[in-house]
Design a protein around this ligand. Structure first.
Ligand code: NCD
Ligand code: ZN
Length: 347
């Protein structure tokens, strides 16, 4: 028997759209279901100034197919040279909604990120004053720290000290992958929130490594052991408004994923809403899907919720998603949850 739910149109609070041919290829995959998204600034070179964010926003709007509606929520890439006045002006004009902090070397295109956190103190203090959220890639880059421990160590060594030193700073801990992060967010006041990706609700580290290496499941932060995945599912489906969707959909052409040194990133834009409906139904929490995808994020970002609605229907036959989309410069593999999906956005 088919079943339907109607929810407010969702937003994606962490998305990689890239540029050029890839941007044109992946933007419709998001805009089909999502009204807005926080756009990651890790282009090459990164989007560092208000002027660059403005130009990138124009390129995104140019790439949007006729008849589709979508609002990119722009961010600036924080560097040790970022000017607090430029950040404040970009916020005041309504252009940017957040600043992104990548520890230098933590992930794809993060070479211009922050090495010495004291150097960005004036920017963080200004952001606290003006209420502008800081989106943090929460992993230390210290080579002596095991990759599976890098998020938990980041909380103690970087996140907690920054929050203590900058009272009032609003921080989104992005794409959390551990129960440590979930517990830390729950224990903090409401100026701290976290995004959770679609794929981290599905895969643990065994999916990446058992029975052969699966490059399309490799992303950063890397998926952790099963107990952490279960903690993420509990947080996402709990109804706690500090947790909301940030897909971190991060397209790379197959040639760069299926490689001796494969890029990090899972491309989930195409089937995210189907996968989430599946997860929330499994957890007996379909009534909380709307909070996670459409209400908690706007609440945190102090934006109105979307007026539009989408309807999801669970049919009796599995939904056919393409295994790959044409990324312009080559095929991009769509995230495979590893089980059939029956939920589909039908209106
Ligand atoms: C992202 C990318 O490809 O830009 N990759 C990823 O694995 N998530 C970078 C990031 O957000 O870490
Ligand atoms: Zn990302």
């Amino acid at each position: 028997m088919s079943k339907t739910i109607t929810i407010r149109r969702p937003d994606d609070w962490h998305l990689h759209l890239r540029d050029g041919a890839m941007l044109r290829a992946v933007l419709p995959e998001t805009a089909r279901h999502f009204a807005r998204a926080i756009i990651m600034p890790n282009l090459v070179p990164p989007v560092v100034t208000g002027t660059q964010a403005d130009a990138y926003r124009d390129r995104i709007m140019d790439a949007l197919p006729e008849g589709m509606a979508f609002e990119p929520l722009m961010t600036l890439y924080l560097t040790e040279e970022t000017d607090p006045d430029d950040v404040a002006a970009a916020q005041a004009s309504g252009l940017i909604r957040a600043v992104k902090l990548y520890p230098a070397g933590a992930t794809t295109n993060s070479a211009s990120g922050v090495k010495n956190f004291d150097k960005v103190r004036p920017v963080l203090e200004r952001m606290a004053e003006i209420g502008l959220p800081l989106c943090m890639h929460g992993e230390v880059t210290d080579h002596s720290v095991d990759i599976f421990d890098r998020e938990a160590v980041f909380i103690d060594r970087v996140l907690d000290p920054i929050r203590r030193a900058t009272p009032g700073l609003r921080v989104v801990m992005e794409h959390v992958t551990t129960s440590d992060a979930v517990d830390y967010v729950k224990s903090a006041p409401e100026d701290l929130a976290a995004t959770i990706t679609t794929h981290h609700l599905i895969i643990n580290r065994n999916h990446i490594l058992v029975g052969g290496i699966k490059p399309h499941y490799y992303c950063l932060p890397v998926a952790k052991r099963e107990s952490h995945r279960l903690a993420l599912r509990a947080a996402a489906t709990s109804g706690d408004a500090r947790f909301f969707l940030g897909t971190d959909s991060a397209p790379h052409v197959d040639a760069l994923k299926e490689h001796a040194c494969g890029c990090a990133g899972c491309f989930t834009a195409t089937n995210t809403m189907s996968i989430l409906a599946h997860v929330f139904e499994e957890e007996g929490a379909l009534d909380r899907l709307e909070g996670f995808t459409s209400l908690h994020g706007p609440g945190y970002y102090r934006l109105p919720v979307n007026e539009g609605r989408i309807t999801l229907t669970r049919g009796t036959d599995p939904v056919d998603y393409p295994a790959k989309i044409d990324g312009g410069d080559g095929p991009v593999t769509v995230f495979d949850p590893g089980f059939p999906l029956y939920w589909k956005v039908t209106a």
